[in-house]
Design a protein around this ligand. Structure first.
Ligand SMILES: COc1ccc(S(=O)(=O)[C@H](CC(=O)O)C(F)F)cc1
Ligand SMILES: [Zn+2]
Ligand SMILES: [Zn+2]
Length: 159
């Protein structure tokens, strides 16, 4: 993905476009807000929701071919992807709506996946530490210990 290094501001806007039918909209709204607040609490960043399409980070649920060069692959496999910081598509975060998204229980935990993807949208790469949120593979880690010390160090090294 186009990897910018970092946003050149501390107040970053996001907007939610197409939703999933797996969860009520206000549940998606609050899980997305919580996933951003994970990074806000660990850094000097602030996230503000906008309702226009010219927000920094566009958050959408899409399937298969969806207008960028990274079509999704149906159930399982790739769960989501995010572009690194930058104008236009920069920061945009897409969730594969061929997955089953949950707030807990069976399916993929939207809060955990979103927190990981927003790490990429802020400019973070993967970590080799399996305790890290930015470890490359999904596990429905409890929200309590979501960010590792390494994640906090990395976001503060960048902003
Ligand atoms: C813990 O959060 C995630 C782990 C793994 C993924 S992923 O399996 O979709 C991954 C995409 C990514 O690392 O963002 C894969 F390369 F497609 C997404 C979120
Ligand atoms: Zn995409
Ligand atoms: Zn990742």
């Amino acid at each position: 993905h186009i990897q910018g290094t970092r946003w050149n501001k501390n107040v970053i806007t996001y907007s939610i476009g197409r939703y999933t039918r797996d969860l009520p909209r206000n549940t998606v709204d609050s899980l997305v807000e919580s996933a951003f607040s994970v990074w806000a609490r660990a850094s000097s960043l602030t996230f503000v929701r906008s309702h226009t399409r010219n927000a920094d980070i566009m958050v959408e649920f899409v399937t298969k071919e969806h207008g960028d060069f990274y079509p999704f692959d149906g159930p399982r496999g790739t769960l989501a992807h995010a572009f690194g910081p930058g104008l236009g598509v920069g920061g945009d975060t897409h969730f594969d709506d061929d997955e089953y998204w949950t707030a807990g229980g069976t399916g993929f935990n939207l809060f955990v996946v979103a927190a990981h993807e927003f790490g990429h949208a802020l400019g973070l790469k993967h970590s080799r530490n399996r305790e890290s949120l930015m470890y490359p593979t999904y596990k429905s880690s409890s929200s309590a210990n979501l960010l590792s010390i390494e994640d906090v160090a990395n976001i503060n090294a960048l902003y």
